[in-house]
Write a protein that binds this ligand. Structure first.
Ligand code: AP5
Ligand code: MG
Ligand code: ZN
Length: 212
């Protein structure tokens, strides 16, 4: 099964991707997580991506598409995948269609997590993320069991540099301008399901499981 998790910054993509990944036994591929890994390893791509991410801008399509194509070419992605944060522009969506067509693969479902702007700002203000496995937590809605320690891997929790108020505002604006057109793009293909992402985490999870 090939699924895209689509939604604005803070919608809950990273929160729920792991559940769907386990349920469907397909890998979770998150473009933001891949960029942050490159940043940690100080690769050329990581340095380039960081200069856009810190401002809340999108990394250019060409390098993003190349990185995802490479990841999707790995063996574990052959049977299926859950994509989080990619595609984010019509150019990226078209490139993904072409890639899947060339591999004779089919995109099954796009899950669109809809959340209001006020709620996104609230959530990202309280988010802490694992430096190691990138699992997101929230000081209010989903704190870790031990303060500053990841439940999954014991990694250290930190605040992402793009979770500052200014960067969050910019990321939401970029989503509205560049990514919202994908809702129509996938609706017209008849594969988009909208989920009310504003509910409690457990209710959103139930709705997502029902949809897949
Ligand atoms: P990326 O890492 O993808 O960030 P994003 O899309 O802005 O999304 P987030 O990770 O911030 O939100 P999320 O939906 O995963 O929410 P989460 O589950 O953590 O991208 C970062 C940057 O990389 C981009 O800005 C760009 O520069 C670059 N980039 C990445 N992909 C790119 C692409 N394809 N093209 C170009 N550039 C790209 O939840 C958020 C918080 O809310 C957490 O604290 C969580 O605990 C809490 N929460 C979740 N659900 C609920 C709920 N139902 N109720 C209450 N709290 C909740
Ligand atoms: Mg995320
Ligand atoms: Zn972790």
């Amino acid at each position: 099964m090939r699924i895209i998790l689509l939604g604005p910054p803070g919608a809950g993509k990273g929160t729920h991707a792991g559940t769907i990944s386990a349920l469907k036994s397909v890998p979770h591929v998150a473009s933001g997580d891949l960029f942050r890994k490159h940043q940690q390893e100080e690769t050329e791509l990581g340095i380039l991506a960081g200069s856009f991410m810190s401002k809340g801008e999108l990394v250019p399509d060409e390098v993003t598409i190349r990185m995802i194509e490479q990841r999707l070419g790995e063996d574990d992605c052959w049977q299926g995948i859950i994509l989080d944060g990619f595609p984010r522009t019509v150019t990226q969506a078209t490139a993904l269609d072409q890639l899947f067509a060339s591999l004779d693969h089919k995109l099954d479902l796009v899950l669109y997590l809809a959340v209001s702007e006020d709620e996104l700002v609230r959530r990202l203000g309280g988010r802490i993320t694992c430096r190691n496995c990138q699992t997101p937590y929230n000081l209010v809605s989903s704190p870790p069991k031990i303060e500053n320690v990841c439940n999954q891997c014991n990694g250290e929790l930190y605040q992402r540099p793009d979770d500052t108020a200014d960067a969050v505002r910019q990321r939401i604006q970029v989503f509205t301008q560049q990514t919202i057109p994908l809702v129509d793009y996938y609706t017209s293909k008849g594969i988009l399901t909208e989920i009310d992402g504003e509910q409690d985490i457990s209710e959103v999870q139930r709705a997502l499981i029902a949809a897949v």
